[in-house]
Design a protein around this ligand. Structure first.
Ligand SMILES: [Zn+2]
Length: 294
């Protein structure tokens, strides 16, 4: 192989798309999504009434409101999630109910519990379990919608004859879960009976997606650059990073004085270290989820 990237494409069995297809995807994100990112940042800057929008200004509610509260406790979250799934389709509600009856929903955070949140398939019995550390935030609510999407996928594939058929390829592994986050939005009034809260929750969810796609492109394009030039110096690598980051970031945020932090921002993305070239899939799945809903 010419480089590690080409090797990884073969190793992942990517027979139906090429690096060039990834570059085209990046280009679409740069031209279609980044302008929205700019609009959102400008709006945020005005709402916060700050002269410069600093990176940390992105992590607060622009109107100074308290965080949204989606439910009271683990039981409440379970009941409301079943209700939400049931309203979408009785079968979906039934899947979650079965998991509840079997003790397969371990949702609430407690002292000494391992961190994280995931759905884990159990191929022999066909009923998965969901492990989470919920408190009462909106993020916890979207997490169970997401994991619930994985769970439904497990129910639907449990009777396939070969276990290997039950796991989808990487490009669509997050398709059912990301779709469920969006499909379930029609029932979020169960979690947010107040009309203003409901609107805010939906907006936050959609803004999240607007921010995710450019980040996916950033990490993916940086990775291509890294392995196309395996012998660049750490200075050249930093230059590459900043060039890629600037392409997919809003041009409103002021990083002055924080250059050292910006230069190393890529290091927070564990995929670059642990699963090289597994990242574009999040963008593909998100796009797929949009097509499902549209
Ligand atoms: Zn997932």
């Amino acid at each position: 192989m010419k480089n590690f990237r080409d090797y990884m494409f073969k190793s992942y069995g990517r027979f139906d798309y090429t690096p060039q297809d990834c570059f085209n995807f990046h280009e679409s994100i740069a031209s279609e999504v980044v302008p929205i990112l700019n609009d959102l940042s400008l709006e945020r800057k005005q709402q916060l009434k700050v002269s410069d929008l600093r990176p940390w200004d992105k992590a607060v509610d622009p109107l100074g409101r308290e965080p949204l509260k989606a439910f009271e406790n683990g039981n409440d979250l379970t009941e409301k999630s079943i209700e939400s799934f049931k309203r979408l389709d009785p079968f979906l509600g039934q899947c979650l109910s079965i998991m509840k009856e079997m003790g397969h929903l371990d949702l609430e955070s407690r002292k000494g519990k391992a961190p994280g949140g995931y759905n884990y398939p159990l191929s022999e019995i066909g009923v998965p379990f969901i492990f989470m550390n919920a408190t009462s935030t909106m993020r916890d609510m979207t997490t169970i919608m997401h994991e619930g999407g994985h769970a439904i996928h497990n129910f639907l594939t449990k009777d396939l004859s070969l276990a290997d058929f039950k796991s989808p390829p990487m490009e669509v592994a997050e398709l059912a879960s990301m779709s469920m986050e969006l499909i379930s939005m029609d029932t979020w009034d169960i979690f947010f009976p107040d009309a203003e809260d409901l609107k805010r929750a939906k907006r936050e969810q959609l803004e999240d997606i607007i921010e995710t796609l450019p980040w996916v492109a950033t990490i993916d394009q940086f990775q291509h650059g890294l392995y196309e030039k395996p012998d660049h110096t750490s200075e050249e690598r930093t230059q590459l990073w900043n060039k890629v980051l600037a392409r997919f970031s809003d041009s409103v945020t002021d990083w002055s004085g924080l250059e050292a932090n910006r230069d190393t921002l890529w290091q927070k993305q564990l995929h670059l270290y642990e699963v090289p070239f597994y990242y574009i899939e999040y963008g593909m799945a998100q796009l797929g989820a949009h097509s499902v809903v549209a």
